[in-house]
Design a protein around this ligand. Structure first.
Ligand SMILES: Cc1cc2nc3c(=O)[nH]c(=O)nc-3n(C[C@H](O)[C@H](O)[C@H](O)COP(=O)(O)O)c2cc1C
Length: 343
């Protein structure tokens, strides 16, 4: 993606709190929900650098939740982590309302409804981005969830189903009228998946037609991209997604810039690998063997941009135990230190 130089012309309100209904958030940079990624362990890392940012759980299936006796691990929230939103998906207003009640009991500061997921398994059942094609159902969902809980209800969606059906302006208005207190817009259609550029111009148009906060999402991979997006869209905040994979520093870096106008120095490769070690160990403690399986992809995301990274990445993708992973990462750090010292 093409980056432009930083300019000092950011609107001053970007350093002021974000109001999501009655919830006041001291940061306008949000960590997106990422299925398979934004568990409690990952959120803890992001929050170290972005203590005031809104974070989201992975999306939770409301129908599944209805049939479960216990809360699934993906819904678990640390009592200390605030502000936190629990994201739900489904097409049944009654199950979503019930799930929202459970989410609030778990500590959610807001309830987010996923209306953007492009995955077939979910859209075929009427959830995620298929709700863009069923605005009456989407409206009923928001109404029923708003009635069920006393925390703000928000919606995360895309600009439309495909290029022939970019319906976001009407859809955003409907969500607002139904009681949504914030809308996050990923500037791609469902048909785009994650391809092509996010079309931020649509986010600017959404901002012009609703009064609730609009959060811009899509292709925020750097401080520069966040600044450009905020300038172009006039959005009330930005949400980071793939840019945080193997890089839990991004939300904090952008937030720091919005607050101070200054850029933090990026972490060194050694610091990234130290972070990977911490992530791996925490996943092991929190999830055991399953944590190691999940850690493999995280480890490969951390290992980029230095000599020997490809080899390390390949080995990390095969780890079976926490010790193997830590050993590989320690060797990577030693290699980088030797290289730095000219050995
Ligand atoms: C691995 C992965 C998991 C995702 N899981 C979710 C999810 O659970 N809920 C959701 O609303 N969006 C989910 N998304 C979409 C992102 O939150 C975001 O909208 C999208 O990646 C666009 O932003 P980006 O271009 O900055 O990555 C996921 C995306 C990825 C890549």
């Amino acid at each position: 993606m093409i980056e432009t130089p930083l300019t000092p012309t950011l609107p001053s309100q970007l350093a002021t709190p974000l109001h999501i209904g009655k919830v006041v958030v001291q940061s306008r940079v949000l960590q997106s929900p990422l299925s398979g990624v934004t568990d409690l362990v990952f959120r803890r890392l992001v929050r170290r650098y972005a203590p005031h940012s809104m974070m989201y759980t992975e999306m939770v299936n409301a129908t599944e939740l209805h049939h479960l006796q216990e809360l699934p691990k993906i819904m678990e929230v640390d009592p200390q982590e605030k502000p936190i939103s629990i994201q739900l998906f489904d097409c049944r207003p009654d199950f979503l309302a019930e799930a929202a009640e459970k989410a609030v009991a778990e500590g959610a500061d807001t309830i987010d409804i996923n209306m953007g997921c492009p995955v077939n398994k979910i859209t075929k059942k009427g959830g995620g981005s298929s709700l863009l094609r069923q605005p009456e159902v989407a409206t009923a969902i928001v109404r029923e969830v708003v009635n069920a809980v006393d925390v703000p209800v928000t919606v995360k969606t895309r600009i439309g189903w495909d290029d022939g059906e970019i319906t976001i302006l009407d859809f955003a208005r409907r969500m607002q009228d139904a009681g949504a207190q914030m809308i996050t817009v990923h500037g791609r259609t469902r048909a785009q998946g994650y391809n092509g550029n996010a079309r931020w111009e649509w986010i600017q148009r959404v901002k012009a037609v609703v009064g609730i906060p609009v959060i811009a999402n899509g292709d925020i991979f750097s401080v520069e991209a966040a600044v450009k997006c905020l300038q172009e869209t006039g959005a009330d905040g930005v949400m980071c997604s793939r840019g945080t994979l193997g890089y839990p520093f991004l939300v904090g870096e952008i937030d720091y810039f919005l607050q101070t106008g200054k850029k933090l120095p990026p972490p060194t490769s050694q610091e990234l690998l130290e972070c990977a070690k911490e992530h791996l160990e925490a996943l092991w403690v929190y999830k055991g063997k399953r944590g190691i399986q999940q850690a493999r992809k995280h480890m490969t995301w951390y290992t980029k941009g230095f000599n020997g990274a490809a080899e390390l990445r390949m080995q990390l993708s095969l780890i079976e135990t926490v010790e193997q992973g830590l050993d590989l990462l320690n060797r990577g750090i030693e290699m980088l230190n030797r290289e730095q010292n000219g050995a």
